[in-house]
Design a protein around this ligand. Structure first.
Ligand code: ATP
Ligand code: ZN
Length: 303
C-alpha cells in the first residue's frame, strides 16, 4: 500500500515497537507506565490491548517508519537515527515526509558519528574529500556531506560497519556510538557528530481524526506525565525558619519551597528537584539546617 492511499478505518490505535533489541524492553515498560496492558498472542507479533483499545505490533526497528508511512501503524517507538535516515531517504527520492518524531523518550541515547583510524591526524571535515565512508546511514551522511560541499564516496553496509577500514573496503566509518568501546576495539576514534539520537515516539505527519485521534491525545498526555518526571525527585525535610533562606540558596535549581501544614516540630517543607540528589548534596543541606531529609521518586504527574 502506498502512503497516498487512505488508511483503512480503525477504531483501535496500533503502536509498533521493536520485537527484540535495545529498545524493546524500555519501550514496553514506558507504555506499561502509561497504563497500557496486553493479552499476548502466541506468536507474539501482535499484542491485543486489554486496558485500552491500543494494540502492539512487534517488529524490527527498521520496519517502523514504513509501517507508519503506510498507515499500518499509527505510532512507533524507534531511534531518531532510524527515523531520520528513512525520512532523509524519502526526501532524496522525491517523496513527501510521512512520519515525524512526536516526543523524545529519554532512553536509547547514542550518537551518529564519523570515526577515523586512530593514527589519523584529524583536522576537520574538509579532510574527507575523496575518501570512502562506510555506513548504514547513507541518507543522513549524504545530506551532511552535501551541506558542507564535500565530495566523498558513501559505501552502504547493513552491518559490521566498524571493521570496514581494517578490511580495506572504506577509509573511515559513520556509525552509532554510545560508550565508544566498539570503536576503540577496532582502533577507530570518533571525530564528528552528525546526530544526537534517542528513542522517540513517532507518528504520521497527519494525525488520525477519528476515535484514534482522541486515544492518541490521551496517550501523549500520559506519556508526558511519565517522561517529564522521569528524573525528578520530590525532596521533603523540616527546617527552622531562620535556616530557610540558606536552604533556598542551596536549592536554586529546584522549584520554590512549599511549606506544608504545621504540626509539632520545625516547619515541614517540600520541593521538586530536576535531577537526582547526591549524598553529598543531601549532607550539605543537612549542614545548612535541613532535618529528616527524604528523597522520593516521582512516578507520574498530570499537567
Ligand atoms: P532489529 O533486529 O530490530 O533490526 P537492530 O540490531 O537494528 O535491531 P539494536 O542494536 O537493538 O537494533 O538498536 C536499536 C536502536 O538502539 C538503534 O537504532 C539506536 O537508536 C539505539 N542505540 C543505542 N545505543 C546504541 C549503540 N551503541 N549501537 C546501536 N544502537 C544503539
Ligand atoms: Zn534494525
Amino acid at each position: 500500500m502506498s502512503a497516498s492511499q487512505a488508511a483503512p478505518a480503525r477504531d483501535r490505535l496500533r503502536i509498533a515497537i521493536q520485537k527484540n533489541g535495545r529498545l524493546a524492553e524500555p519501550a514496553r515498560n514506558l507504555l506499561s507506565a502509561c497504563g497500557l496492558s496486553w493479552r499476548e498472542s502466541r506468536d507474539k507479533l501482535f499484542c491485543y490491548g486489554e486496558s485500552l483499545p491500543v494494540d502492539l505490533l512487534l517488529v524490527r526497528d527498521d520496519d517502523i517508519p514504513g509501517l507508519i508511512a503506510d498507515g499500518v501503524c499509527d505510532l512507533g517507538i524507534v531511534g531518531r537515527n532510524e527515523l531520520d535516515e528513512q525520512g532523509a531517504a524519502r526526501v532524496q527520492r522525491g517523496l513527501k515526509p510521512a512520519f515525524q518524531a512526536l516526543r523524545g523518550l529519554g532512553f536509547g541515547a547514542c550518537r551518529l558519528m564519523l570515526a577515523v583510524p586512530e593514527e589519523w591526524d584529524w583536522q576537520g571535515p574538509q579532510q574527507l574529500a575523496g575518501t570512502r565512508i562506510a555506513t548504514s546511514y547513507p541518507a543522513i551522511l549524504k545530506d551532511w556531506l552535501d551541506a558542507r560541499d564535500i565530495q566523498a564516496q558513501v559505501v552502504e553496509l547493513s552491518g559490521s560497519v566498524e571493521i570496514a577500514p581494517r578490511l580495506g573496503t572504506a577509509d573511515l566509518i559513520c556509525d552509532l556510538v554510545s560508550s565508544g568501546g566498539t570503536l576503540r576495539a577496532n582502533q577507530l576514534k570518533p571525530v564528528e557528530t552528525l546526530l544526537d539520537s534517542e528513542a522517540v515516539l513517532a507518528g504520521a505527519v497527519i494525525a488520525p481524526d477519528d476515535a484514534r485521534g482522541a486515544l492518541l491525545a490521551m496517550l501523549l498526555r500520559r506519556l508526558d506525565g511519565v517522561v517529564q518526571v522521569q528524573d525528578r525527585k520530590l525532596l521533603m525535610f523540616r527546617a527552622e525558619p531562620a535556616n530557610v533562606a540558606a536552604l533556598e540558596k542551596l536549592l536554586a535549581d529546584a522549584e520554590p519551597l512549599v511549606r506544608l501544614p504545621a504540626d509539632d516540630g520545625a516547619p515541614r517543607l517540600q520541593t521538586m528537584c530536576p535531577g537526582p540528589l547526591s549524598w553529598q548534596r543531601m549532607e550539605e543541606l543537612e549542614r545548612a539546617g535541613a532535618q529528616g531529609l527524604m528523597v522520593l521518586s516521582v512516578e507520574r504527574s498530570l499537567a
